[in-house]
Design a protein around this ligand. Structure first.
Ligand SMILES: [Zn+2]
Length: 254
């Protein structure tokens, strides 16, 4: 089952976003978003876009589009700006909260962009941004350098293809860390944690032993599960294996 993602080119139409010396954020974001989407498509990701032309849609409409499409991830691409020109440069990513796979994706994207030459300003929680708050799937907003930084613009223009590849690589890195669960209703739960560090540790330990383990996030818990299995019998078999290996287990279905 391929992953699906909705890419959002920030701003558009009557909303130019940040502007610096005639350069408009909405143009940079559209060009870059389309380039990132092409690379992801070539890697068998199912890519959808909020816009592929210079049109306006509110952030709320964009979030609703992603929810209706039922995509696995939402990534919004922007350029940053600072009150003073040429005072700050670098990339930063924004997420609703600093946890889960969205945080991993944001960090992966930042790390990849850092390797292209950007200063890495880190990941920040922005719980009030509509595209992060109203989307039902993990969502990341990446600010690809400051539009009022000549350094960042030079990097953006001279390394455009590398930057598109870096963002795509950051997204793909995240998918590889978290294999897509196969369709099925039964899973064997091996742990439930409030702290994602412990969940990640257990998932890595299980994956190292070739168990199809993954994390399901919900209600403030990170649940480590193995599966999915199409039948209860298959889940019971797996549960026996895990119990023999010393794990405390629980079969869950949905
Ligand atoms: Zn923006």
């Amino acid at each position: 089952m391929p992953y699906s993602i909705m890419l959002d080119a920030g701003h558009g139409g009557r909303d130019p976003g940040a502007v610096y010396n005639g350069r408009q954020e909405k143009d940079d974001t559209l060009r870059l978003t389309l380039a990132v989407g092409e690379i992801l498509q070539n890697n068998d990701i199912d890519v959808e876009y909020t816009r592929t032309t210079d049109v306006y849609e509110s952030p709320y409409q964009k979030a609703m589009e992603a929810n209706e499409a039922g995509v696995d991830f939402f990534v919004s691409i922007h350029r940053n700006s600072f009150p003073t020109d040429n005072a700050v440069s670098g990339v930063e990513s924004l997420v609703y909260s600093l946890s889960g796979i969205k945080l991993e994706m944001a960090q992966n994207i930042n790390d990849q962009l850092e390797s292209v030459g950007f200063v890495n300003l880190g990941v920040k929680a922005r719980p009030n941004l509509v595209v992060l708050k109203r989307t039902k799937m993990p969502a990341v907003l990446v600010e690809v350098g400051f539009i009022n930084s000549d350094t960042d613009n030079q990097l953006f223009d001279n390394n455009f293809d590398d930057i598109a590849h870096a963002i795509a690589a950051g997204i793909l890195d995240t998918f590889n860390q978290s294999p897509a669960p196969v369709p099925g209703n039964y899973r064997v739960q091996v742990g439930s944690f409030r702290n994602p560090v412990y969940a990640n540790r257990l998932v890595n330990e299980l994956q190292a032993q070739d168990y199809p383990a993954f994390i399901e996030e919900g209600d403030g818990y990170f649940r480590v599960r193995v599966g999915n299995f199409p039948s209860l019998d298959a889940a019971v078999d797996m549960e026996r294996r895990l119990k023999r290996a010393g794990y405390v287990t629980l079969i869950v279905s949905s």
